[in-house]
Design a protein around this ligand. Structure first.
Ligand code: FMN
Length: 390
């Protein structure tokens, strides 16, 4: 059997609080600080606890060159190698380790920058309920929010005295300005009013459709409403359609060149909101949006050009942000409303749409629909454009 180290692994020296009853019985607080080595690898979801010897052992093996297991045993104790193979930080060519080896090979073939790959893999959530966590956190302390956090950073970074500032003329009150002022993140939906097929099509077109496709020598690129690093447009829209006239609620993928929906499976109407809730990590205020959209980026499209690039992952995240703002404006123009959230259960969404985290990763969830008539959940509308002040 041949082995080598996985392509990307970072070791975090972590300290955590642990409760030990025996310490309490001995007259202490019962709390002790535990220091441990945690391995975060790009090819698997689990965080792996290591001992100090394993950390050193891992560092002695090459991530590139395969070595016979028996030869490796000459420099690293056999039981340490066994442990590192069992937890997948060493990959082997043995068939019983094929799944982890394939996952590792996929990371190698995708031109991820190491840091970015580990960051992406280990910041994905599974089955998190943020509202529940917030409630629990709130119930654990009776100190008010501001008291707990202290004051925030100032609203503006002022670098010179007021008198030194060169005042600029305000932008005129054009249609664009009115649209911008009308944009308010929606957290209240009118579930009694389905979205028309035209509203759906129009909003998707504005936000995601290709306006043109050009064949550069050897690479096809599209022109969208928003810019994209290298013009590569890696970000796909995966829809959970919940409440659109004439459409079965279900999962769809948007095709930006054909301006068409690709059906990926029906969802029973009475299960749809629960699915949406799972996607947005328990944020009840988004679960009834008429259309919920997972923005998932095909990393290899961008990393094809920006290989192992320090900025590539950031560029892909920015891409999703641009699309979201376009979606907000497109929805707002039609009298609809939109939202975006980064507090999402990426791993659940991958499962729902059949995505591979390192090839087509979820970066945010957006959505749109009709706004409700009552503010049950707070929206930020200080101008009173959406919710007129009484
Ligand atoms: C990257 C990003 C993540 C966000 N995540 C959440 C979220 O998890 N939950 C939520 O209710 N709103 C979320 N929002 C919406 C913001 O709360 C909202 O933009 C902010 O309150 C300002 O309101 P406005 O969009 O109406 O101007 C997010 C916005 C952005 C840009």
């Amino acid at each position: 059997m041949q082995i080598r180290r996985c392509a990307v692994v970072f070791i975090e020296p972590r300290e955590r609080l642990d409760f030990d009853l025996s310490l309490l019985v001995a007259g202490g607080t019962g709390v002790e600080m535990v220091r441990e080595w945690i391995a975060l690898a790009a090819h698997q979801d689990d965080e792996i606890l290591l001992d100090a010897d394993q950390v050193i052992a891992l560092g002695t093996l090459s991530p590139e060159q395969w070595i016979e297991f028996e030869d490796a045993c000459k420099t690293v104790p056999r039981e340490q190698l066994d442990g590192l193979i069992a937890n997948g930080l060493l990959v082997s060519d043995d068939a019983i380790h094929s799944k982890l080896r394939e996952q590792d090979e996929q990371v190698r073939a995708s031109h991820w920058r190491g840091f970015s790959a580990a960051l992406h893999r280990h910041t994905r959530w599974h089955a998190i309920d943020t509202l529940e966590a917030e409630r629990r956190f709130g119930s654990e302390t009776d100190r008010p929010f501001l008291d707990r956090l202290g004051p925030p950073e100032s609203i503006v970074q002022e670098r010179v005295e007021s008198a030194q500032r060169i005042r600029l003329v305000p932008a005129p009150d054009t249609e664009l300005e009115k649209l911008i002022r009308q944009r308010v993140t929606c957290r209240n939906w009118d579930i009694s009013r389905p979205l028309s097929a035209e509203d759906l099509a129009n909003t998707l077109y504005r936000a995601f459709a290709a306006r043109a496709v050009s064949d550069e020598p050897g690479i096809t690129v599209m022109k969208r409403a928003v810019p994209s690093a290298g013009g590569l447009h890696p970000t796909e829209a995966y829809l959970l359609v919940q409440n659109v006239e004439g459409m079965t609620s279900g999962l769809y993928h948007y095709h930006p060149i054909d301006h068409a929906l690709e059906p990926l499976g029906d969802v029973a109407a009475d299960e749809s909101a629960a699915l949406a809730l799972r996607m947005v990590a328990g944020q009840r205020h988004f679960m009834h949006a008429h259309v919920v959209i997972a923005l998932a980026s095909r990393f290899r499209r961008t990393f094809w050009k920006y290989r192992n690039h320090a900025k590539a992952y950031r560029a892909v995240i920015l891409d999703a942000g641009h699309l979201s703002q376009m979606l907000y404006l497109a929805a707002t123009e039609r009298g609809l409303a939109a939202f975006i959230t980064a507090a999402v259960n990426e791993r659940d969404i991958e499962e729902i749409f059949g995505l591979d985290s390192m090839l087509e990763g979820v970066l945010a969830v957006s959505g749109f629909g009709w706004r409700g008539e009552r503010v049950a959940e707070v929206e930020f509308d200080p101008l009173g454009n959406v919710w007129p002040k009484s």
